[in-house]
Write a protein that binds this ligand. Structure first.
Ligand SMILES: Cc1ncc(COP(=O)(O)O)c(C=O)c1O
Length: 386
């Protein structure tokens, strides 16, 4: 049996008859930038996330970058995040001129550990009364913001994190790029902080047919600022309040996303059913899961297990026609790109352990029970031989 890691063709077959006329119509009408599909999608996605505003942008990376800019984060500032995320989270921080500072993850959920945030702020930082600034004493930078990443589709523990950050008046921006439709205590991922950032990269739970992203927020001023930043800093054509970016969501992508958004809740339910079946079949010694906390409803963008001898298991599965992924094999603090930050091996042991053991299994709504059973049986075969 062949089990691909992702099957976008199967999803396309379900929606082809609805998507194709919209795309051809947009081309026939020359409606490529802005227009009804973009504003329509923004309205519908804001409703889906239960926020007042949604601003469509060109990618999840743009969403993060623009949200940071609109929150006033810039050169000299430090932004706290986790080392177990895709590099886009920290690229956005660096590209607004700020510097990432890492805290370790929770071993159960693989998400930001609120206690590590608290320890970082209490042990490394000092509040300067005269300047009203929170300074990281080891770097001398001002700590201004924090980005929890809702990794694998599961929201981070936002109440605990915001309980800590509120004391210090830090801006919190959610990286919800893997968590479309996930919930935390009845709140939608992306709706709980100053801004929530989404990616519509094709493989995401809500994926475009090209690049795309969005910021959702309750803050009117922030929404207006991001709308300006995404469009060369202009409110009115050729009148520029500031330098911005070419960072708009295009109309064809918005049309595709509108078709898919109607099905997202059902697709996420299928992902959860698939995860439950994996959980049942893989509940054997030698296999750990990235657990979903009681407060969370995961969108199951990824289904991740942890096993010793991970690389051998990946090869074993590949030989059986099963494709898997690694999210992520080398933590950000150990990447060459971040050598200049001065971190070393051993700084974030939970992340480093996870990076060695984790394996992402095939996960998508169209996955069949036979495929899941075949994957699980193959893993059990591997684990039992050891
Ligand atoms: C956690 C996380 N943050 C940010 C991004 C960036 O999104 P994009 O690829 O749309 O720029 C991604 C996408 O892969 C992601 O998984």
């Amino acid at each position: 049996m062949n089990v691909p890691f992702l099957d976008l063709k199967a999803q396309y077959r379900q929606i082809e008859s609805e998507v194709v006329p919209l795309v051809t119509e947009a081309m026939a009408e020359g409606a490529f930038i802005g227009g009804d599909h973009v504003t329509g999608f923004e309205k519908e996605f804001a409703e889906f996330c239960n926020t007042d505003y949604c601003i469509g942008v060109n990618s999840g990376t743009d969403a993060l970058r623009f949200a940071l800019m609109a929150a006033g984060i810039g050169p000299g500032d430090e932004v706290i995040t986790v080392p177990n995320t895709f590099i886009a989270t920290t690229e956005a921080i660096s590209q607004v001129g700020a510097t990432p500072a890492f805290v370790d993850i929770d071993p159960n959920t693989c998400n930001m550990d609120p206690e590590k945030v608290s320890a970082f702020l209490e042990q490394n930082c000092k509040f300067n009364q005269s300047t009203n600034q929170l300074i990281n004493q080891s770097t001398n930078r001002q700590v201004r913001a924090l980005i929890p990443v809702h990794l694998y589709g599961q929201p981070a523990d936002m109440d605990a994190i915001q309980g800590v950050t509120q004391k210090y008046d830090l801006a919190v921006i959610e990286d919800a790029c893997q968590a479309h439709g996930a919930r935390y205590k009845d709140k939608a991922a992306g709706s709980m902080a100053a801004a929530g950032c989404f990616s519509f990269y094709p493989g995401k739970n809500l994926g475009a047919y090209g690049e795309g992203g969005a910021v959702v927020t309750q803050d009117e001023k922030m929404a207006a600022e991001i709308r300006m930043i995404r469009d060369h800093g202009q409110n009115k054509k050729y009148f520029h309040t500031m330098e911005g970016y070419n960072g708009r969501l295009d109309a064809i992508q918005a049309a595709v996303l509108r078709v898919k958004l109607k099905r997202l809740a059902d697709w996420n339910r299928s992902r959860n059913d698939n995860a439950a079946y994996y959980n049942e079949l893989l509940d054997v010694p030698g296999i750990e899961f990235a657990k979903v906390a009681d407060h969370a409803e995961s969108a199951y963008h990824l289904y991740v297990i942890m096993v010793d001898d991970r690389d051998a298991l990946q090869k074993f599965l590949e030989d059986k026609g099963i494709a898997t992924g690694l999210h992520y094999p080398l933590p950000l603090h150990l990447q060459k790109a971040y050598e200049h930050l001065g971190y070393k091996e051993g700084d974030f042991p939970v992340t480093e352990r996870a990076a060695k053991l984790l394996l992402s299994l095939p996960m998508y709504p169209e996955l069949t029970r036979e495929q899941i059973k075949y994957v699980a049986d193959s893993i059990r075969e591997f684990v039992s031989k050891k």
